[in-house]
Design a protein around this ligand. Sequence first.
Ligand SMILES: Nc1nc2c(ncn2[C@@H]2O[C@H](COP(=O)(O)OP(=O)(O)O)[C@@H](O)[C@H]2O)c(=O)[nH]1
Ligand SMILES: [Mg+2]
Length: 288
Amino acid sequence: MTVTEPLPGSTLIEPELQSGAVPQPIEISVVLPCLNEETAVAQCIGSIQEVLDVLGRPYEIIVADNGSTDRSVHLAGAAGARVVHESVPGYGSACRAGLDAARGRFLVWGDADGTYDFSSIPDLIALLEARADIALGDRLIGEMEPGAMPWTHRRLGTPVLTGAVNVLFDAEIGDVNCGIRAITRAAYSKLDTRATGMEFASELLVKAVQHDLTIAQMPVPYRRRIGGEVKLRTFSDGWRHLRLVVSTWLTQGRRVAAPAPVVVLAGTSDVAIDLGKAEGPDADRLRL
Ligand SMILES: Nc1nc2c(ncn2[C@@H]2O[C@H](COP(=O)(O)OP(=O)(O)O)[C@@H](O)[C@H]2O)c(=O)[nH]1
Ligand SMILES: [Mg+2]
């Protein structure tokens, strides 16, 4: 893995460096896995900067590339991101390379294709600060632009894969494939993720449940991608997800003493966290 700093003259990522003030440690790292997303990557970086500049906390944006042949890497650097190059192909390899290079206490990632609304980031971070280990978007209960998700994924693929994780691991996850997420550095370091492809999305959640981590969920909007090609291959990637979930269950079992607490966040303005089935201190309801 190699790391490219922003191009000379490009926007620095840490706002405190721009003002010449004493550098503060990075709090939030946002990773964008990116494969040939030249039509959307700079716009994604711009919208993250807009949101996090307003939040006013030190952050960095990392674009994780492994083989883009278009102008994605150049545009990402020019827009102010740090680019990480990973030699092993695949979505999971890219995400892990980006997350491993991240310096923040809170690690966020989302697609570089314009499908996610990065104004969700402050709410995701708020969930982590309210004791969740992982904050997960749920597109199926969020506002979905017509055509954003093919019918087969919305009604079949995502519900089946999500159902498999929930049944086999006794979880209550809403959208196991959602690509916008946040995790604390401490939680991520426990998970030892290995998946190289799209199945990274379910691996992370299965391992989180196995480790009894607290997963908070919130509705997120989902839009049509701005341009470029979808990399997800419905059948082969769906099969890789399913194979990972079932083989993990067969070889390792649930490996949790008690069901992992799963949290449902209703709305964004009056955020209620329900620590679900957990008992004792975890049964508290938190209000942000
Ligand atoms: N670096 C890298 N990024 C990838 C790879 N596959 C997908 N991505 C990125 O991961 C995100 C998710 O892929 P996408 O095609 O949008 O899948 P979908 O959201 O499931 O339809 C996008 O930002 C892609 O550019 C890959 O092999 N390498
Ligand atoms: Mg996408």
